[in-house]
Design a protein around this ligand. Structure first.
Ligand code: KIV
Ligand code: ZN
Length: 517
């Protein structure tokens, strides 16, 4: 009989707080929906006290998700706990996740607290969190570098105060698998009341050992693993969900543990998170990298053709890697809605009727420009419809004049959602710079452009250009993606999408403030 391992996903919290990984509300909602649909037990949706935007996203996700538990993070401070409790009001399965450091270095230099004060604050905070919900998790930050007996004492008191999960993080990714397993065994055996709570681990990847440490801990009795899609997270990231889940599934024979994750949704989840954060997955990444199931060497190809198990320890289908487009239907301008829907399903992109209508309309426009539509094109079309913020500004028309001798001049015409149409011309250092300047004049915003990245979705001269931009405005970051067969147009669309995300969040904040007064 396999032990059930609780999968606690923190892509929307630890993942999102990593540099360059911010997501807007719509993007977070799409990720949360995917996590719920694939069977993640606990979705950590954010850190409500950290910003009004985080509060709103936890509140929204808490209201939408019905089949997974939704967790909100809080320090052991009253204001944090109250914000987490308020954000989770109305949630079907709420959890407050509180944390306090227990290592000598954190207690002395960061918290400036004695161990006894830490213990008292942990207990008081668990009790306060219990006023809001039954399900409270306590994390001893930097537990691995803490005195093991002190952690056991704090865990024991936290459980006595009502914590149902105690989490043992390797916050700085310092542990080695054998010693981490040893420590988990020790904590299990020496924590008073341990039988009344679940023991969890949360491993960072500074030495590239986050997954190995999580698995070692599971073998030593941990029952919850905290992880993120694609291993996103602070610094070198967290343990990757897809690697933990597939290691447990493929090596059930040894680990005697499993999860309730629908592994066929793993690939779609990875693509979604990569798209919305703009953080690419390295090609040789285990499970979800482009090369994870590619066989280049002739001898390998021969073996796989004779019997896939010669070189594959799991099938691509088991993690939802779509069958090669060449072996299935080719989509083009004569394809109907049904064929499109079928291919989307094969790609793990199950969409509702409304979304299908909109994707089909965009598909027809693209099919007029391109002979065949690839899987990556389809992914981009779906993403364009599902994760883009509502349009405050829509692109109507653009033109650029550029050359080697003169600078560039760009003209752009945008339509505001209230119907007004505005046109501007600007000079710049190149076509993109000139057009972005013209857009800034129209929108009245001059954000800092932190990232501009251009790639081709597929090869060939009719390939679609895909642009990702990240802009920085008033201490917030906004992402935008644009796709077009013309790279200047894809850049403009990406920039406008980021500005629309900014406008949407500003409007939502304004509405929240009005509602509060
Ligand atoms: O790494 C860490 O210790 C954390 C805690 C908040 C669990 O992210
Ligand atoms: Zn962490």
């Amino acid at each position: 009989m396999n032990t059930h391992i609780t999968i606690f996903d923190t892509t929307l919290r630890d993942g999102e707080q990593a540099p360059g990984c911010s997501m807007n509300l719509q993007e977070k909602i799409e990720v949360a929906r995917r996590l719920e649909s694939m069977g993640v037990d606990v979705i950590e949706a954010g850190f409500p006290v950290s910003s009004p935007g985080d509060f709103e996203s936890v509140k929204t996700i808490a209201g939408l998700v019905k089949n997974s538990c939704v967790a909100a993070l809080a320090r052991c401070r009253d204001a944090d706990i109250d914000a987490a409790g308020a954000a989770l009001a109305g949630c079907a399965h709420p959890r407050i996740h509180i944390f306090l450091a227990t290592s000598p270095i954190h207690m002395e230099y960061k918290l400036k607290m004695t161990p006894e004060q830490v213990l008292a604050q942990a207990v008081a905070s668990v009790k306060r969190a219990k006023r809001f919900c039954e399900d409270v998790e306590f994390s001893a930050e930097d537990a691995f570098r803490s005195d093991p007996d002190f952690v056991c004492r704090v865990f024991g008191e936290a459980i006595a105060a009502g914590a149902l999960t105690v989490n043992f993080p390797d916050t700085v990714g310092y542990a080695l698998p054998a010693e981490f397993a040893e420590r988990i065994r020790y904590v299990r055996e020496h924590t008073p009341l341990m039988a009344k709570a679940r023991l969890s681990v949360h491993c960072h990847n500074d030495l590239g050992l986050a997954v190995a440490n999580s698995l070692a801990a599971i073998a030593a009795g941990a029952e919850q693993a905290e992880c993120t899609i694609n291993g996103l997270g602070e610094r070198a990231g967290n343990a990757s969900l897809e690697e933990i889940v597939m290691a447990l599934r493929v090596r059930r024979d040894i680990l005697h543990a499993d999860t309730r994750i629908d592994t066929t949704q793993i690939y779609a989840a990875s693509r979604l998170v990569s798209k919305v954060t703009g953080v690419k997955v390295q090609p040789n990444k285990a499970i979800v990298g482009d090369n994870a199931f590619a066989h280049e060497a002739g001898i390998h190809q021969h073996g796989v053709l004779a019997n896939p198990a010669t070189y594959e320890i799991m099938t691509p289908e088991s993690v939802g890697v779509p069958k090669n487009a060449a072996s299935s239907m080719v989509l083009g301008k004569h394809s109907g809605k049904h064929a499109l829907e079928e291919r989307l399903k094969e790609l793990g992109l199950v969409v509702g009727a409304d979304t299908l209508e909109r994707v089909f309309a965009d598909f027809k426009v693209l099919a007029d420009k391109k002979k065949t539509i690839s899987d990556r094109d389809l992914e981009a079309l779906v993403m364009g419809v599902t994760v883009a913020a509502p349009e405050t500004w829509t692109l109507e028309h653009w033109a650029v004049n550029t050359g080697s001798a003169l600078g560039a001049s760009g003209t752009v015409r945008l339509r505001h959602k209230d119907g007004a149409v505005r046109k501007e011309v600007a000079m710049g250092d190149g076509p993109i710079d000139s057009i972005f300047r013209a857009i800034n004049t129209i929108t009245g915003k001059e954000p800092e452009l932190e990232l501009y990245e251009l790639g081709a979705i597929t090869g060939g001269s009719t390939a679609q250009g895909e642009t990702t931009v990240k802009i920085h405005w008033n201490d917030r970051r906004y992402n935008g993606r644009g796709v077009s067969t013309d790279i200047i147009e894809s850049s403009i669309k990406a920039y406008i999408a980021a500005l629309n995300a900014l406008e949407w969040e500003t409007a939502a904040k304004g509405a929240a403030k009005d509602g509060a007064t």
